[in-house]
Design a protein around this ligand. Structure first.
Ligand SMILES: Nc1ncnc2c1ncn2[C@@H]1O[C@H](COP(=O)(O)OP(=O)(O)OP(=O)(O)O)[C@@H](O)[C@H]1O
Length: 299
């Protein structure tokens, strides 16, 4: 089942068209990377999923229920982490999380247990300082704990790693990976290496529509590269290959890349065998998410 389903979503701000018939299917228990350049419309889409912004046209379904603008009933399924989460700076993480639990009407013992578990999950179990001294990464982690408080079926994170250093990013990504069994995660980003690291599914948002979406592994197979990389054991062998096959390009020490359109693998292998060239590696180049994204954006 799709935890989130969006069909033909349109949105414009005065004369600026932002969403132009967006379709999105987020499968249950996926970690879904919603990828788009700055200003592509990711936050706009998320605000509409939360019922905070009115769509011009289209339908949004969360856990089988239609989202209605201005109503918050479907938000009982959703936990939301905004790009810059705000807290009461004079509280500790535990005080803040307990306070949120109280507001949502959680019973005292349940609240205490839940807060303890969540603070441990996000690595703030022993943190006693006030939030005002927290780093950005700590605030994001507390934000995730807050968003998970009511055991949402869908966790939406708006660019959760954008402002973080590599250590902070890894901590957030590890948490998102760890909660996959409990919830479905939709996160927007333009950091493609983060997506490669943890996402099961992706969608590329461009010009107001989703250009490509699906399982990351399927997409990589579908857009399989026609390039091969090879590595020789020494400089001389590399030069022989380069002179014989001038369209081969050097990409590193003794490393060459060639396109199937220029030479067949069979021809290359036959030549290598005939000349007794020391071959250390020959493999089809994996398409990177970046090259796929550029292909979608440039279409
Ligand atoms: N309330 C608004 N009024 C007018 N224009 C808006 C409004 N909200 C968003 N926009 C415009 O809509 C476009 C999409 O914005 P949005 O914040 O959804 O993009 P985004 O993909 O989340 O980008 P970023 O990665 O920079 O956060 C931008 O050009 C933005 O300026």
């Amino acid at each position: 089942m799709d935890m989130l389903y969006i069909s033909d979503l349109y949105k414009r701000f005065s004369d600026k068209k932002v969403l132009n018939g967006l379709n999105l299917s987020v499968p249950e228990h996926s970690i879904f990377g919603f990828i788009g350049k700055n200003g592509a419309g990711k936050t706009t889409t998320m605000k509409m999923v939360l019922g905070l912004l009115k769509a011009d046209a289209g339908e949004i379904i969360v856990n089988g229920e239609k989202v209605v603008y201005g109503q918050t009933t479907t938000n009982r399924y959703i936990g939301y982490l905004p790009d810059v989460p705000e807290f009461y700076p004079f509280m500790t993480a535990a005080e803040y999380l307990h306070f949120c639990g109280e507001i949502t009407g959680m019973k005292r013992t349940e609240n205490e247990e839940r807060c303890k578990d969540l603070l441990e999950l996000v690595g703030l179990g022993n943190e006693t300082h006030h939030i005002k001294g927290f780093s950005r990464g700590m605030k994001q982690r507390l934000g995730i704990a807050q968003a998970l408080l009511n055991r949402p079926k869908l966790l939406i994170c708006d660019e959760p790693t954008s402002a973080l250093d590599p250590v902070g990013r890894k901590e957030i990504l590890d948490i998102l990976l760890a909660i996959r069994e409990q919830t479905t995660v939709l996160f927007s980003t333009h950091i493609l290496s983060d997506v490669e690291r943890i996402c099961t599914d992706v969608a590329f948002l461009n010009n107001g529509v989703v250009g490509v979406q699906g399982k990351l592994s399927d997409i990589k197979t579908r857009y399989r590269s026609e390039e091969y990389q090879l590595e020789t054991g020494n400089d001389t062998d590399m030069l022989i290959l380069q002179q014989t096959f001038p369209n081969m390009q050097q990409i590193g020490r003794n490393q060459l890349v060639f396109c199937e359109g220029d030479y067949t693998v069979f021809d290359i292998l036959r030549f290598i065998a005939g000349k007794h060239i020391a071959l250390l590696k020959l493999e089809r180049a994996e398409p990177t998410l970046e090259s796929l994204f550029m292909e979608v954006v440039e279409k």
